[in-house]
Design a protein around this ligand. Structure first.
Ligand SMILES: C[S@@+](CC[C@H](N)C(=O)[O-])C[C@H]1O[C@@H](n2cnc3c(N)ncnc32)[C@H](O)[C@@H]1O
Length: 221
């Protein structure tokens, strides 16, 4: 998969691309990621990419020309262009699974007051990572990118994510590691039994109980 991230703040991505599972996925050539500064697509003096809103009001608005030029510089027939936007469709694991099948994603990050409305004509989808407003689309793009990359074949074992929260409309089962007794809090006996079938059933039940307790809405789907 190829991912192009269009942003005003490319340095924000340095950490995420240079650590842990994403770093390994890049090294293994499972994913190719480019961070593109749309300031380089501005023809204005000082490479300005924002301006004041028509009609007045506070904040600066990202202009269409540099953003669309940046999108068009990387877009092919196989690309899916996604706008990071609090007004977009709330992001869910199901969407991550769907996007993990794509060949090329272009993630567009807004900033300041947001985008000139006309940008919507040049994107395929709009994604919100939740009902709250962040300063920019960089953290949403990182969240979306991370959730997709971990699902790509060869990145992590399928076993490690197929029982994760949201994969079967339930939350994950509880997990424990050593020590077996921490300040009197004991690991459930069954996990020490070595009986794999009983452990499998217990986990299934626990996942259901966990979901009923914390996220009943998932079971109603
Ligand atoms: C301060 S926000 C703009 C908010 C906009 N004025 C509004 O109220 O809808 C700046 C940028 O951050 C990104 N952003 C902020 N919150 C987001 C969210 N919940 N999901 C996705 N992107 C978000 C978007 O790219 C947005 O254009």
């Amino acid at each position: 998969m190829k991912i192009d991230i269009l942003t005003l703040f490319p340095k924000m991505f340095e950490g995420i691309l240079e650590e842990s599972i994403i770093k390994r996925a890049i090294e293994k050539k499972i994913v190719e990621i480019h961070v593109i500064d749309f300031r380089t697509f501005s023809h204005l003096p000082h490479h300005q990419v924002d301006d004041t809103p028509y009609g007045g009001g506070s904040g600066m608005v990202l202009r269409c020309e540099p953003l669309v030029a940046a999108i068009e510089s990387v877009k092919t027939a196989e690309s899916k262009v996604i706008l990071m936007c609090p007004q977009g469709v709330p992001y869910k694991e199901g969407k991550a699974l769907e996007l993990a099948k794509e060949k090329h994603l272009i993630l567009v990050c807004g900033h300041y007051e947001g985008y000139d409305e006309r940008i919507r004509e040049f994107v395929d989808e709009e994604i919100s990572i939740g009902d709250y407003v962040l300063t920019g689309g960089e953290i949403p793009a990182m969240a979306v990118m991370d959730s997709i990359i971990r699902l790509l074949p060869g990145v992590i074992k399928e076993d490690s994510y197929k029982e994760d929260s949201f994969m079967n409309n339930t939350l994950d089962y509880p997990t424990y590691t050593k020590p077996a007794d921490f300040r009197g809090l004991k690991v459930p006996e069954i996990l020490l039994s070595g009986d794999h079938e009983k452990i499998r059933k217990w986990r299934e039940e626990q996942a259901l109980e966990n979901t009923k307790k914390r996220r009943k809405d998932l079971l109603e789907k």
